[in-house]
Design a protein around this ligand. Structure first.
Ligand code: MEV
Length: 315
């Protein structure tokens, strides 16, 4: 058997975060420059050892707590494969996706563990995109009670998606982009736990449904229109829709001064539009830029304190 490697990318939400939890459409895309990579090797001691040196982790799955996400990913694969026991294994995770930065690091780590382990065990079905997506969703639920399912979908399929949370099955449609869309992803350097922001938004929605329900609906309408603009290659409209989406997210209370600053600076430097991306209250923002503007906007973001900038193209 030897050694098996699989990886999963980071992600950005282009339009519709938070509202997507409540059944409105959203659009997300992979960010392939940052990845979680997992290597599974045959071990020489019984048991499955999980190593994640970046975060100082070295645990045996048998000793891990029920709510340990990566151990849960391993147990799920074992269960779905119908195996009483796993052979001795060492699972090694490395990731360049910032943790708690809104770029889907948890989903990507789980997806990479699931895919690498399923492949190593020669479970072809379980290593398909659809199975990796479903199992990653179950892992996501451990930490973040009510995930919409968009993060696990975009990291498992590794393509831009239009997504609507639905029962019994989500609507997942690959996106066709009329013209290349250049994005800069700027990191505030501030960390934010998705589950905390999502549950705070839920609490506020329950307390003030008359204020939050229209905000969610407006974000859904923005995502819907953005899909048409993406297909038509209408970059100017896409930029305006990002700005509108950011305003709604501010009203939802999920932006913060660092995100607002990077968003404003990107626009002033010539971006067609900008918004926070992901759960917010720290983490990353995105700016839509024409290719000639990339350098200027990047420099402006760096001068304004962005700690990392990634350039990504949807094509
Ligand atoms: C997080 O990437 C996106 C949120 O909408 C949460 C979710 O969809 O599960 C904030």
């Amino acid at each position: 058997m030897g050694r098996t490697t699989a990886s999963a990318p980071g992600k950005v939400i282009l339009y519709g975060e938070h509202a997507v939890v409540y059944g409105y459409p959203a659009i997300a895309a992979p960010v392939t420059q940052v990845r979680a990579t997992v290597t599974v090797c045959d071990g020489d001691t019984p048991g499955v050892r999980l190593l994640a040196p970046d975060v100082g982790r070295d645990v045996w799955v048998a000793d891990a707590r029920e709510d340990d996400a990566l151990a849960a990913a391993v147990r799920l694969v074992q269960q779905r494969a119908g195996l009483e026991e796993l052979p001795p294994l060492v699972i090694h995770l490395e990731s360049t996706i910032p943790i708690a930065g809104g770029l889907g690091s948890g989903a990507a780590s789980a997806a990479a563990v699931i895919r690498a382990l399923a492949m190593h065990l020669q479970q072809v079905e379980l290593s398909s995109d659809a199975a990796v997506c479903d199992l990653t969703y179950l892992v996501e639920r451990i930490h973040h009670g009510t995930p919409s399912g968009i993060d696990n979908t975009v990291v498992a399929y590794e393509r831009p998606v239009y997504f609507v949370r639905r029962h019994p099955e989500n609507r997942i449609e690959p996106l066709v982009v009329g013209r290349p869309v250049h994005l800069l992803v700027g990191d505030t350097g501030l960390r934010s736990a998705t589950h905390a922001v999502v549950s705070d938004v839920r609490r506020r929605w329950q307390e003030e449904p008359e204020r939050f329900a229209p905000l969610f609906a407006a974000c859904g309408a923005i995502a819907e229109e953005a899909r048409t603009a993406l297909e038509a290659g209408d970059l100017a409209r896409l930029g305006t829709l990002m700005d509108e989406n950011h305003r709604r997210l501010q009203e939802m209370t999920v932006s913060d001064p660092a995100l607002d600053r990077l968003v404003a600076v990107a626009r002033d430097a010539g971006a067609l539009g900008a918004k926070l991306s992901g759960a917010g209250r720290g983490g990353n923002m995105i700016a839509l830029v024409e290719s000639e503007q990339i350098e200027e906007v990047r420099q402006a973001l760096l001068s304004a304190g962005a700690v990392q900038i990634l350039a990504s193209v949807l094509a």
